[in-house]
Structures are given as C-alpha cells and as structure tokens.
Write a protein that binds this ligand. Structure first.
Ligand SMILES: [Zn+2]
Length: 367
C-alpha cells in the first residue's frame, strides 16, 4: 500500500508517497515493529501562509500533487501523515500557534479537512518529531536518535527506545530558546542570545545576504566560506560552534547513538557538518570528558535527497493504522546500529535510490 507524508514548512511543503507493507509486521526488531518505507514520489510546493484557509489550500494542493506524481487518486492513499510546526493536538489532528505559518490561537483541524479529501486516516504530528522518525529510517538507525533541526528556528526531536519522546507538555526538544550567548542578540522570546538567535537560518540571514540565484543566506554563507571569504568563514565557524554546543548538550542529556543535523541550514551544505565536527574536535581537545563522548563520530546529516520530514510523517501515518491492533509496545533496546561512520559520515545512502520493498528498516512504534 501507499501512504502519503507531508512536511509543512514556512516557505515550502514537501510531500512524499511511500510504499509500505500493508499489514502489521511480526518481524520484530528489538521487540518493536519494523516499518519498511520506500519513496515512490516526492513533490515540493511553496507554502502560502497568512490564514488557516490559505495554509490548508497549500497542504491539500501538495497532497493532490504528490498523488498525481505517484499515479494514485487523491483518495488512493491508505493513510496520510502531516508534520507541521506549532502546537499540535494529535488526538484532534489539529494545529495552532504555528508562527511561521501565520496560525494563531484558533486550531486548524487538519485531519478533518485532509481526511475528507483523502478518505483515509490522517495523523498530524510536530514536524521535528516526524523528521526524527524519517532520519532514523534514512540512516537505518535502530538505536536512540536525536534530530537537531536547524532552519528558520532551532529545535530537537528525540527517538528513544523506539518512541518519540514528547515530554509531559509536548515541549521536549524545544532547545532553541536556551540562552547560549550571554549578551547576544535579543530573541523574539524576550531573552538574549538564545541558540535560535545565533545559530538558525534567521540568525544567519541577519548577518549574510543571499545573492541572486542563491537559495538561502545559509547556502550563500557556506559557499562564500568555502570560496575563501574570511568573514563568511568566521560566521560559519561561530554558528558551527553554537551547534556543536547543542550537540554536546543533547549528548549529555539523553545520550543518543547519533545526533542528526537536519533542516534548511543543515541541508544548505555538508561543509556545515564539517565545521560542526571541527568544533566538536576542538572542544574534545580541551576536555577529556567531552573527548570520551566521541561526539564528532556521532553526528550525521540526513542522506542527501531524502525528505526526512515527509518520510517520517508517512511512517507515522502507517504506524497509526496499526495503533489499535497492536496493543502496548514492549520497551525497545537503547542500543542499536545507526549506520554512522567516522566523523559524521553516514554508512547508508540516499533512501530514494532504494527499490520498492528494499527500504530502510527503522523501528517505529505507533505514535
Ligand atoms: Zn529565545
């Protein structure tokens, strides 16, 4: 069967159609269900923002477009998953307070609207959580994984023991507003020097401009730094230093096997990963405690071309189909293979190159 996953961002919506097994799988991995996913089509659409109806039209348009690209009817998906920023009510399938989308206090009942179009169950989850699930699939990671999303904002998602760690109030991983630079720039949240205020795409755009034909300030900055621009290299290394600090924070808090850098800034160039790895090495050189954590080896990027958020949303939608039939999940092992090699290189390649049925095999419990 084919499920759809949508990754809704403030500027673009990425949709993927993913072929998955159509029945619950007993082939347990560490006592967890194994989810096989295979991307059969992806589309990227601009997200129109400003009001609930405009956002909704963008999302339904992306769903229709990926259905067409995959050669199925809009109501031909077995389930639809949506990863979206903001306060998500998973039970109601709604979202509110998505600042980047212009959504305020009124809940946007996404599952209800999309369900009418798709004629299938719709799962709505936080975009970073969905991306963590997709990254685990792309990296064939069965152990604990953290996903550090560096885009318009900064946030982390945690996949621990095969489950998304949401926290008591759904706020686990909201590390973007941890002050990391004393006396740094004023953040929208009212504090100074938040991680998000010094190491996000927005923060980079305040210090570096994208030229004609350049996708973003981050990609322009990384390209200029690579070309030998001293000022660009300085800003890149400063950003990478803050991200290295976030990696260390995550590692020392939840100790995952791998910490994946994702989001628009991370996708702007693998040279950012190199800069973060360099920063982790210099921290380790100064501290035997940090050296023992071997952090430089534990960071990775999502394999190029894999839409982690859309893939993860699709896998969550599939898991949702079997939520009621599987009963409580046994606790997963904290240890597993995450396909990460030396200094952040990934042992696995682009998931989109896999043939149908040959997909990554993460352990993903129903949401
Ligand atoms: Zn802040």
């Amino acid at each position: 069967m084919v499920v759809a996953g949508l990754d809704v961002g403030g500027t673009k919506t990425l949709a993927a159609a993913v072929a998955v097994p159509g029945e619950p799988l007993d082939g347990a991995l560490d006592g967890r269900a194994v989810v096989d996913g295979s991307i059969v089509a992806t589309v990227r659409r601009p997200t129109n923002i400003g009001s609930a109806s405009v956002v909704l039209a963008s999302i339904t348009g992306a769903l229709e477009a990926v259905a067409e690209a995959a050669g199925v009817a809009p109501d031909g998906f077995a389930a639809v998953g949506v990863g979206i920023p903001g306060l998500v009510d998973r039970g109601a399938g709604s979202v509110r307070h998505a600042v980047n989308l212009g959504l305020g206090d009124d809940p946007l009942p996404l599952a209800e609207h999309l369900g009418r179009l798709a004629g299938a169950p719709v799962v709505v989850d936080n975009d970073v959580n969905a991306a963590a699930v997709g990254a685990a699939a792309a990296l064939s990671c069965t152990g604990d994984l953290a996903y550090l999303s560096v885009g318009t904002g900064v946030a982390a998602g945690f996949l621990l023991g095969g489950r998304i760690r949401r926290g008591a109030h759904g706020a686990a991983g909201e590390i973007g507003h941890l002050p990391v630079a004393p006396g740094g720039p004023l953040c929208e949240c009212g504090q100074r020097g938040c991680l998000e205020a010094v190491a996000s795409g927005t923060a980079i755009a305040r210090r570096w401009s994208a030229g004609d034909g350049e996708a973003s300030a981050a990609s322009a900055l990384l390209a200029a730094a690579a070309a030998g621009d001293g000022m660009a290299a300085e800003i890149r290394d400063e950003v990478a230093g803050h991200l290295a600090g976030a990696v260390a924070l995550i590692a020392q808090t939840v100790d995952p096997e791998v910490i994946v850098l994702g989001g628009g800034v991370a996708e702007a160039g693998s040279s950012l990963l190199s800069a973060v790895v360099d920063a982790l090495h210099s921290r380790a050189d100064r501290s035997p405690v940090l050296a023992a954590l071997d952090l430089a080896r534990r960071v990775a990027l999502v394999p190029e071309g894999v839409p982690a958020g859309a893939l993860g949303a699709a896998l969550l939608a599939r898991a949702g189909l079997f939520r009621s039939s599987r009963g409580p999940s046994p606790a997963g092992s904290a240890h597993g293979d995450c396909g990460v090699g030396v200094d952040g290189t990934s042992a696995t390649t682009d998931g989109s190159e896999r043939a149908a049925g040959e997909a990554p095999r993460p352990g993903v419990d129903p949401p």
